[in-house]
Ligand binder design. Structure first.
Ligand code: GAL
Length: 421
């Protein structure tokens, strides 16, 4: 018996070491560029690093701070142009197509086929991930952008209801202001200004005109009356943020809601990742609600990793393993629990997810049928990076100029878009 036990242990050790050896033989390095540096984001990306290391690969972290990814994209350009791109880079919708068109990305069809990506991904997401019908990127998650986050005890103490219209928002905001609480935590950076503006514009335009403006770039809708109304409301909202907002990072704004210094934030559900990292529970500590007046719409922001052509054979193998891991059920679950988003696969067990995620999933499915599933302009889903940049300029300049005129802003928006098309 003793002998047998010993043999079994030896055998076990042997197979463990031969596994390690075989892993080592196939081991490569993956260098991954991303902008996930806030508390919740860092916890999320660490899941991918751990999984890759468990598979025997080396993870080379290439983090470039800056929400929305503008700095990351600038750094990526420099690296790629010098002929030394990372294996994978976090990237959004139209940007993926732009990089693929320039011939930088690699073909992932073999991994996609072996793992049935066409079968497990919603079509709208699979389309984003492909260039001319071939997979060149891997989607990680689906973020809903049109959310409002509220500190529950602030609302309870004030005897207020979380607003579901802009009129209600202004009423609630007046009371909060009178009581010395900042109504809206906001970070004055172009992408955050655009995130807030987009939520307001969606409420004013409705789904059909939102698409006409931000996807079809229809001049008459961009400069039309509803857009003027959106700018008017946007201007009014400026009275409900604090004077320290310029330049503030989005996660700092979220922490103001967590601490109760501010009552609300309009931000995508990566904000939930910050609440989760601070051990806060939805329904008890905070409330997630659709951005005012947008309960039946869903602006989506899919995070993806674009895969670059790299030379080293072992690293190519590691790169394919990375692609496979990202869409595995295990990764999809742990990553999205931390990140605040919902899994990009529709065949997941959602029992560990909270009510905000369940609401998001239900809305994602419902709006994909109703026509109210809309690509986020602020997050590079609706149009090219050039047009997006032109829109950001108009939106941010307007928000920072107290004398700016809403009617003129809408006309400028249309003009800037035309010039960037
Ligand atoms: C978005 C990205 C999210 C999020 C946010 C703030 O562009 O899609 O994943 O983390 O930036 O960094």
């Amino acid at each position: 018996m003793k002998m047998m036990k010993k043999t079994l242990i030896t055998l076990g050790l042997l197979s463990a070491s031969s596994l390690a050896a075989s892993q080592l033989a196939n081991a490569g390095e993956v260098e991954v560029l991303h902008w996930w540096t806030s508390g919740g984001e860092a916890k999320s990306v660490a899941v991918l690093k751990d999984m890759m290391e468990k598979e025997g690969h080396t993870w080379k972290d290439f983090a470039v701070a800056g929400g929305g990814g503008e700095s990351a994209m600038t750094v990526l350009k420099t690296r790629a142009v010098s002929g030394n791109p990372p294996a994978a880079a976090q990237m959004k919708g139209h940007n993926i197509q732009e990089w693929a068109e320039l011939g930088f990305l690699t073909n992932l069809d073999d991994v996609a086929k072996a793992n049935n990506w066409d079968g497990i991904l919603p079509t709208v997401v699979a389309d984003i991930s492909k260039y001319q019908g071939h997979y060149v990127s891997v989607p990680v998650n689906v973020h809903r952008v049109n959310w409002l986050w509220a500190n529950k005890s602030v609302f309870d103490k004030e005897g207020l209801k979380v607003p579901n219209s802009w009129d209600a928002f202004f009423k609630v905001g007046d009371k909060l202001k009178a009581d010395g609480i900042i109504p809206l935590a906001h970070g004055g950076q172009p992408w955050q200004d655009a995130t807030l503006f987009e939520a307001i514009a969606l409420e004013k335009l409705g789904s059909a005109d939102y698409k006409k403006a931000f996807v079809d770039l229809d001049q008459s809708v961009l400069s039309g009356d509803k857009m003027v109304e959106a700018f008017k409301t946007f201007k009014k909202v400026h009275n409900y943020i604090d004077t320290n907002s310029p330049g503030r990072d989005w996660n700092v704004a979220t922490s103001m809601v967590i601490s109760g210094k501010a009552a609300m934030q309009i931000m995508g559900d990566w904000a939930k990742g910050e609440f989760t990292a601070a051990n806060k529970t939805p329904g008890t500590d905070y409330v997630c609600a659709p951005a005012p007046g947008t309960a039946s719409e869903f602006t989506f922001n899919v995070d993806s990793f674009a895969f670059f052509q790299i030379k080293d054979k072992a690293n190519q193998k590691a790169q394919k393993d990375l692609a496979k891991t990202i869409l595995s059920k295990d990764f999809q679950e742990i990553f999205n629990l931390n990140k605040g988003s919902i899994p990009v696969r529709l065949d997941m067990d959602m029992s560990k997810f909270d009510q905000c995620a369940l609401d998001s999933m239900a809305s994602f499915k419902a709006t994909s049928k109703s026509g109210d599933l809309l690509p986020s302009m602020a997050h590079g889903m609706s149009t090219t990076s050039y047009v997006q940049g032109a829109m950001f300029d108009v939106i941010t300049n307007f928000f920072n100029d107290s004398n700016a005129d809403p009617k003129q802003a809408a006309q400028q928006l249309a003009k800037a878009v035309k010039a960037a098309m």
